[in-house]
Design a protein around this ligand. Structure first.
Ligand code: SF4
Length: 277
């Protein structure tokens, strides 16, 4: 199989027939339309569904293809926080993840989703400076609150890659690497995954190579950044002049926590052996 055949396409429901035999994430606002439009052949192609309206009638999806992963994308996290309770029933028949855009007040939705045992994916690559504090608070909540038992991406992914010393970047952790995922916008144009409001004239086939070349040029912020191995210049797109002072604070906390966890884990076999003797 070629790389292209293995690539996943995130498509609006209306374009589902334009990508035959390709792995698909199909997105829509209306569960009824999803259930009525998707044939068994489409379902075989499905990696997951993306529901863009948390207020929609979820009952339609409850008994439909149980086990199929569903992502519910919040449009306004603070206002929609209490609607997360609506996902409890859906969760009984499907793995459900909540996509939370990083906008003011997003952390309330993160907390409630975590209390409801829902995995979370944070979305938004160039947070304003006034959101960095909220991002740090959300990270502290993830690291220290005992009620958190499900992943909060990208925190969980970065922690794992640092602990295991894997050269995996935020592009992969956030499922936005264009070699493996493409987002098809509502006009049929392919762009970077889950950055629906930004169209790019970049060549997606060479995007990663070109971006790396750009962000690692002499004197650039990335060229002297200790987090490049797990970041890959993620925060330098689309605006190459975005200042990473704030996100580096978040990275530093994630790395400190990962190293602490690593030290704790490395003590475990000794403690285990001692207690067994
Ligand atoms: S945190 Fe910023 S400076 Fe560091 S590698 Fe990522 S994009 Fe580059």
């Amino acid at each position: 199989m070629t790389q292209e055949q293995l690539r996943t396409y995130n498509v609006p429901l209306a374009f589902v027939d334009l990508y035959p035999d390709r792995p698909l994430i199909v997105r829509a606002t209306d569960p009824v339309a999803l259930v009525q439009s998707l044939t068994p052949q489409h379902v075989r192609q499905l990696v997951s569904l993306q529901l863009l309206d948390i207020s929609a009638d979820l009952e339609e999806l409850e008994g439909w293809n149980p086990g199929l992963p569903i992502e519910v994308v919040l449009a306004d996290p603070e206002a929609e926080t209490m609607k997360l309770y609506r996902l409890c029933r859906l969760q009984r028949s499907h793995p459900v993840r909540v996509v939370v855009p990083i906008v003011p007040g997003f952390s309330k939705a993160v907390r409630v989703a975590s209390f409801l045992q829902l995995p979370v994916k944070l979305e938004g690559a160039q947070p304003d400076p006034d959101l960095i504090e909220e991002l740090c608070e959300a990270l502290d909540f993830f690291l220290h609150n005992k009620a958190v038992s499900q992943p909060i991406e990208y925190f969980s992914g970065v922690l794992t890659t640092v602990i295991h010393k894997q050269p995996v970047t935020l592009w992969e952790i956030q499922e936005e690497h264009p070699s493996t995922v493409r987002y098809v916008d509502d006009y049929g144009v392919q762009t970077l995954a889950r950055r629906p409001f930004i169209r790019t004239n970049e060549n997606l086939d060479s995007f990663q190579f070109e971006l790396t070349k750009r962000v690692l040029c002499d004197e650039s912020e990335c060229s002297s950044c200790e987090f490049f191995l797990n970041c890959g210049g993620y925060f330098k797109w689309p605006d190459p002049d975005y200042s990473c002072v704030g996100v580096k604070r978040v990275f530093q906390r994630m790395r400190d926590a990962a190293l602490e966890l690593h030290d704790d884990l490395s003590l475990y076999p000794t403690a285990h052996t001692e207690s067994a003797t």
